[in-house]
Design a protein around this ligand. Structure first.
Ligand code: EPU
Length: 426
């Protein structure tokens, strides 16, 4: 059953107020769930967000033969009942993170089969780094009827792998595979996102040997199944924290964001502060306040691997820039389809010129008008919700499954701050 949000906009007035809590990071929770395949016993995770992607990942693991119990924000996984690496085709098509299971399954069973993973409509999203990495580790691959079959004779072997482009999921997948492979694996030019770093620390806590965590080169001594001694807590979602900061800059008198890790939002804080927004960072909180006469200035930014500006905050940031004074320039360097949503902001009254699939100019400030919108992906979905909150008049956001995939009960959390959002059946 499809659902929509009906949003009554504030016509640019800064009316939100209060406190909002950040949940656990989607892009770590899903990978930790995949890591349960490497564990010799049950694994308990804490601070798991109540989002649709977590439910889909749980279904994939259950379909493989594992047990998943989610109670509140705790999740216990027992993968001892998994007998092979045959990932369900249809479920895997529903989310990109399913690809991260391929590493642990291949390492444990010597074979894995899966379709080209699904997910957002934000660009091509190839998986060549995964396949090439597995092959360097001694596996061979066939593709038949859209199904990849990767297998090894005698298990995975350590290898020296250099990524041609920094990839979050390829780093995570090959790092996990390497913990069970025979010998030493060196991964070079790896992703250093906080979620990747914390996943590596989790693996080490379970007995893996990984050197160079947080640097571009990881050296992994493989061969051991993991035995985590205690529950692992998912780090705060820096994309939620960042989106809330942007919402605060646009629509709040004062907003306090709690349970976050300010250092993980450093680039956004620097950019917003430079643009004229008042942000105060505490140990695990951020407070944003807007004065009646504050002026927010335009800026140039490009998306980049961590600690650069995250591509997952690019769409909400463009909404911010529609309200900043002057001409802003945005260069999306990671995904080629991730500026397409700007067409809809233009329908709402934004002045955005798309020079090419990667570069746009935004002239502000321009008042936005309510519209009927459909989100193409999780992050553009949230950007549309923010745009609807600051627009004049009512907006309808259709097919909000994309928002529910990444943000838990967002309408309740924003309504508690004063936003006017109703969830209705389409
Ligand atoms: N790439 C390849 N070949 C590969 C893998 C990646 O060419 O085999 C390229 C991609 O086309 C892209 C670049 O490498 O141009 C970087 O993509 P990356 O692999 O890092 O992206 P991802 O791992 O598929 C994760 C997050 C995304 C986030 C990006 C960048 C997950 C499940 N997804 O994707 O999150 O945007 O890293 O930080 O962790 C989201 O949460 O909404 C989301 C899309």
């Amino acid at each position: 059953m499809k659902e929509s949000f009906i949003v009554k906009g504030f016509a640019g007035e800064k009316r939100l107020e209060g406190e909002i809590k950040v949940g656990g990071a989607k892009n770590e929770a899903l990978k930790l769930m995949a890591a349960s395949v490497l564990c010799s016993g049950p694994l308990t995770l804490e601070n798991i967000p109540a989002i649709e992607d977590v439910k889909r990942m749980a279904e994939i693991i259950e379909k493989l033969g594992g047990k998943v119990r989610i109670e509140g924000s705790a999740c216990t996984l027992d993968t001892s009942g998994i007998k092979n690496g045959e990932i369900d085709h249809d479920l895997a098509k529903s989310l990109r993170s399913s690809v991260v299971l391929t590493g642990p399954l291949l390492a444990r069973f010597g074979a894995v089969s899966f379709p080209h993973p699904g997910g957002d409509l934000i660009g091509e999203r190839p998986i060549d780094f995964f396949i090439e990495g597995f092959e360097k580790m001694g596996a061979s691959t066939t593709i038949e009827n859209g199904e990849y079959r990767v297998s090894t004779k005698g298990g995975l072997k350590g290898a020296d792998i250099f990524f041609r482009w920094v990839s979050v999921t390829a780093t995570e997948t090959l790092m996990m595979a390497a913990t069970l492979a025979k010998g030493t694996t060196t991964l070079r030019n790896v992703a250093m996102e906080p979620e990747v770093v914390d996943l590596a620390e989790f693996l080490v806590s379970g007995g893996a040997s990984i050197k160079g965590i947080g640097t571009p080169t990881l050296v992994i001594e493989g061969g051991k199944t993991l035995a985590p001694r205690s529950a692992w807590r998912v780090i705060p979602d820096r994309i939620e924290a960042g989106s809330f900061l942007i919402l605060g800059a646009l629509a709040a008198k004062e907003l306090r964001i709690t349970d976050c890790e300010p250092e993980h939002s450093r680039m956004l804080i620097e950019l917003l502060s430079h643009s004229g927004v008042h942000i105060e960072a505490g140990k695990d909180s951020l407070t944003i306040s807007n004065g009646a006469k504050d002026i927010h200035r335009a800026m140039a930014l490009k998306t980049h691997e961590y600690p650069g500006f995250p591509t997952d905050l690019q769409a909400p940031m463009v909404v911010y820039l529609t309200q900043a004074e002057g001409e802003s320039r945005v260069f999306e360097t990671i995904f080629e389809g991730r500026l397409n949503y700007t067409e809809d902001l233009v329908r709402m009254g934004a002045q955005i010129t798309l020079w090419n699939p990667h570069q746009a100019a935004i002239r502000g400030p321009t008042p936005l008008r309510g519209a009927t919108l459909e989100s193409p992906d999780i992050r553009a979905g949230l950007a549309f919700l923010i745009a609807a909150i600051i627009a004049e008049g009512a907006s309808t956001l259709q097919n909000i499954y994309h928002i529910d995939r990444g943000y838990s009960h967002i309408e309740e959390r924003f309504s508690a701050l004063g936003a006017k959002i109703k969830r209705v059946q389409q």
